[in-house]
Design a protein around this ligand. Sequence first.
Ligand code: FES
Ligand code: FE
Length: 377
Amino acid sequence: MTPTGLPDSLIATLPGSYYTDPGIFAQEQERIFEAMWFCAARSSELGRPGAFRTVGVGRESILVTRSRDHAVRAFHNVCRHRGARLLTEEGGEVRRAFQCPYHAWTYDLDGRLVAAPNLTKMPDVGRTEYGLVPVHVREWLGYVWVCLAEDPPSFEEQVVGAVVTRLGDVASLERYGIEDLRVGRRIVYDVRANWKLIVENFMECYHCATIHPELTEVLPEFADGYAAQYYVGHGAEFGADVEGFTVDGSPGLERIPGVSAAQDRRYYAITIRPQVFVNLVPDHVIFHRMYPVAADRTVVECDWLYLEEVVAGGRDLSRSVELFDRVNRQDFEACERCQPAMGSRIYAKGGVLVPSEHHIAGFHDWVHERLGTAQPR
Ligand code: FES
Ligand code: FE
């Protein structure tokens, strides 16, 4: 027996409070989302200088934009004068500067304070010193990643390393040319569940046979409930009579040219902690980002990425998108079914992980490690 009273073969989950307690959520925001690299936006949303997007990262609002030299920049979305939220829109485009609506302090695309009423009479207000406060930014796979930490962790270790762990090398991912693919469809899901329920669900396929009838038709090995997605680095193979990764197994779109023969007719799933899931299939890539907003609410933005000519050619993507849209809805409904019971006294000590879910324990260990808490084993 373990200290939690479970037989040695079983492992306890996190206690229910980890999914409901605003105090624990605040710690996660500070020690996970504000401390690690966080995938904020698709680079193509910032196609031109002045295009911007605002994103909640932990407890902060971050403004991501493209400057005149075409580099991506990210700043705290807070006016340096009296702290007004500079931009309240989720996205848009300015011509050359961001102007605070309160007293009209104006910042250029590099964040410098360039104008303010009567600025010349205020020599002590330095234009750089009182510029927008930058955060670290990187572009990879056609996405903009930000890090709010003063001294960020290694991007190579945290982000690229997660891909290497799943696929064996980064070249296997690069064959999909994700940065050159185009968003064919974006769906935003407002999920009434804690972000960790979504991660845990994505990491196991014990539920696949129960809730994913369309997916298990296309990927028969998922039907036995044992093929944890975490371990499908080898890539789950399409069923013999399946023609494409579509809701009815009908043919998909043009195959991405770099995809190797070994990757063809296979599905790969990658988790990049803390908030990205990537699915790779021969003709498209499905890229999920989670934006945790409360202990019991997570917005998930999901992009379906195809070859440029497929999207530009106006091809019918509906059967292709519908497969994983259904999978997402089935998964999020399951997470929403769990969320209300996390607060039950029955779940105060949590539940159990069966052997096919045992890698979720690794995720829980990681959460404990980040938060500086420890679970008895
Ligand atoms: Fe922004 Fe005053 S708070 S200009
Ligand atoms: Fe699922």
